[in-house]
Design a protein around this ligand. Structure first.
Ligand code: S3P
Length: 447
C-alpha cells in the first residue's frame, strides 16, 4: 500500500512559469482516431497518465501497432483504417479508472464479430454505462448480460449497423463522442441533438475532414455525421490540460503575493469555464499569446494571488465547461466573501467519486458552512480570513484524483496538519502534480 502524504506547511510565495502535462481528453481522442486512420499518426506531448495508458493498452490488444517514445515525447500509432481492429476470441479490455476510455472505445467495437469483455476498477464499475449502451444498441451492437447498466459487460458487434437519430440531454461529451465515433463505422448519416459540452471530438472531425455538420438551435446543437469515410493519418501537438492547470490557478489565487504563468494551455471555450467562473469571482486571470491550433484555442495563463475573491451565483450554463473543476472552484468559494451557489450539478455525483458530496464533506471538515441542495446543488458560506489549525485526514474516496488534488491545494494554502491517503491516485490524470509542487514551486510535502 503506498503511504499517505503529510502536509504541515503552507506554500511560500512564488513567481514562476510552469508547464502542465498534455490534455487528457485530447490524448485519448487522438489515440482512438489515429487507430481508425490509415497510416502512421504521431502525437507530441501525449499525456503519460494511467487513463491514457489504459486506452493505449486496449488498442494494442486490438492489434493496433503503437510506439510510444517517452524520451522524445511522441507516440506513433499505425492505424489500418476504419473498423480494422483484430478481434481475438475471449478478449478482455481493461479501462481501469477511465470512463472516457471505456465510453469512447466501446463505440469503436460495434463491428466486432467476437464477444469482448470490458472491465474496470472499483470506481469505474460504479459509473453509469446505460448512457452508451442505449445508443450503441440502436446502432446494432448487443450487450451482455441484458439490462446491466455498468461494468463488467460484454459487447458483440454486428455486420448490419445502421445510422441513428439520438438525443443527448445530459450535456455529456462522453455520450456525444461515443455516438459520433460509432457513426464513423456506419453507412449513412447519424443525427445527434445534444446539450452543449466540450467539443474536442467535433473539432478533430472537422480537422480530419470527416463529413460533419453542426448547427445551433436554441440551447441545443444538431450534429450530422456521414459514416464510412476514410481518415488520413495525422500529427498533433497536445496542449496542456486546463483541468490539471486549474489546481495551480487556485493554488496561486489562495497563496500570498504569488504569480504564476502556465504555458500553452488548451482554453477552448467549451472547456475552460473555470477561468470564466473564477474571474466572475474577482480573480484576474489573463490569457496571453493566444493561438488557434487545428481548431483548438491555446494560450498562456497568467494568474496572481487574490485578496478579494467574492461569492458567485453560478449560472448552470457554465456547468459543462467546468465539469471537472468544481471541487477546486468550491475551495475558492470557501475563501470568497459571501454565499456562493452552484446548481444543476447532478452529474458531479456520477464522476470517479461522488464529488458533490466530497466537496461538501471536505469543506465541512475545514469548518466551512455549506448546504447540499438535493442531489444537484451546494451553497457555500465563504470565509475570506479562513485559516486552518486542526488535523485533517482524507481517505476512502475511491482514489478520485481530483479529490486528492483539491485536498492537497487546501492543505498548501489554508494551513493545518493534513494526512492524505492514496496520493498515487493522481497518476490517472496528472503524474507530475507533486513534482511541480515540490521542485518548481518549493512546497514542503512529505511523500
Ligand atoms: C470527458 C468528459 C467529461 C469529463 C471527463 C472527460 C471527455 O465527462 O468529466 O473527465 O473527455 O469527454 P462527461 O462527458 O460524462 O461529462
Amino acid at each position: 500500500m503506498p503511504k499517505p502524504i503529510i502536509i504541515n506547511n503552507t506554500i511560500k510565495k512564488f513567481d514562476k512559469k510552469i508547464k502542465i502535462e498534455g490534455d487528457k481528453s485530447l490524448s485519448i481522442r487522438f489515440a482512438l482516431l489515429a487507430s481508425q486512420a490509415m497510416g502512421k499518426s504521431k502525437a507530441y506531448n501525449l499525456l503519460k497518465s494511467e487513463d491514457v495508458i489504459s486506452t493505449i493498452n486496449c488498442l494494442k490488444k486490438l492489434g493496433v501497432k503503437i510506439q510510444w517514445n517517452k524520451k522524445k515525447n511522441y507516440c506513433e500509432i499505425n492505424g489500418n483504417g476504419l473498423d480494422s481492429y483484430v478481434y481475438k476470441k475471449n478478449l478482455t479490455l481493461n479501462g481501469n479508472n477511465s470512463a472516457t476510455c471505456v465510453r469512447l472505445l466501446t463505440s469503436l467495437l460495434i463491428g466486432s464479430p467476437e464477444k469482448i469483455k470490458i472491465i474496470g476498477d472499483r470506481s469505474l464499475k460504479k459509473r453509469d454505462m446505460k448512457r452508451i449502451i442505449d445508443p450503441l444498441t440502436e446502432f446494432g451492437a448487443t450487450f451482455y448480460p441484458k439490462n446491466k447498466n455498468n461494468l463488467p459487460f460484454h459487447i458483440k458487434g454486428s455486420n448490419y449497423l445502421t445510422p441513428i437519430n439520438y438525443v443527448e440531454l445530459k450535456g455529456s461529451s462522453q455520450c456525444k463522442s461515443s455516438v459520433m465515433l460509432a457513426a464513423l463505422l456506419t453507412n449513412g448519416e447519424t443525427k445527434l441533438k445534444c446539450k452543449p459540452s466540450r467539443n474536442h471530438t467535433e473539432l478533430l472531425f472537422k480537422y480530419l475532414k470527416i463529413p460533419i455538420k453542426i448547427k445551433k438551435i436554441k440551447n441545443f446543437e444538431i450534429i450530422k455525421i456521414k459514416g464510412r469515410q476514410n481518415i488520413k493519418a495525422f500529427n498533433y501537438n497536445i496542449p496542456s490540460d486546463i483541468s490539471s492547470s486549474a489546481f495551480f490557478i487556485v493554488l496561486t489565487l489562495l497563496s500570498n503575493n504569488s504569480k504564476l504563468i502556465l504555458e500553452n494551455v488548451g482554453v477552448n471555450k467549451s472547456r475552460a469555464g473555470v477561468i470564466n467562473i473564477l474571474n466572475k469571482m474577482g480573480a484576474k486571470i489573463v490569457l496571453k499569446n493566444k493561438k488557434n491550433y487545428k481548431g483548438e484555442e491555446i494560450a498562456d495563463i497568467h494568474v496572481r494571488s487574490s485578496k478579494s475573491l467574492k461569492s458567485i451565483n453560478c449560472s448552470s450554463k457554465l456547468n459543462t465547461s467546468a465539469i471537472d473543476e468544481f471541487l477546486i472552484i468550491f475551495l475558492a468559494a470557501a475563501k470568497a466573501k459571501g454565499v456562493s451557489y452552484f446548481k444543476n450539478l447532478e452529474e458531479l455525483n456520477k464522476k470517479e467519486s461522488r464529488r458533490l458530496d466530497w466537496g461538501s464533506k471536505i469543506l465541512r471538515m475545514m469548518g466551512v458552512k455549506n448546504k447540499l441542495i438535493g442531489n444537484h446543488g451546494i451553497k457555500i458560506w465563504g470565509q475570506p480570513n479562513l485559516k486552518l489549525n486542526n488535523k485533517y485526514e482524507i481517505k476512502n474516496y475511491l482514489r478520485d484524483h481530483r479529490v486528492m488534488a483539491m485536498s492537497t491545494i487546501a492543505a498548501l494554502t489554508l494551513g493545518g496538519k493534513w494526512k492524505i491517503h492514496n496520493p498515487e491516485s493522481i497518476k490517472t490524470s496528472f503524474p507530475s502534480f507533486f513534482k511541480i509542487l515540490q521542485k518548481d514551486l518549493g512546497s514542503k510535502i512529505n511523500i
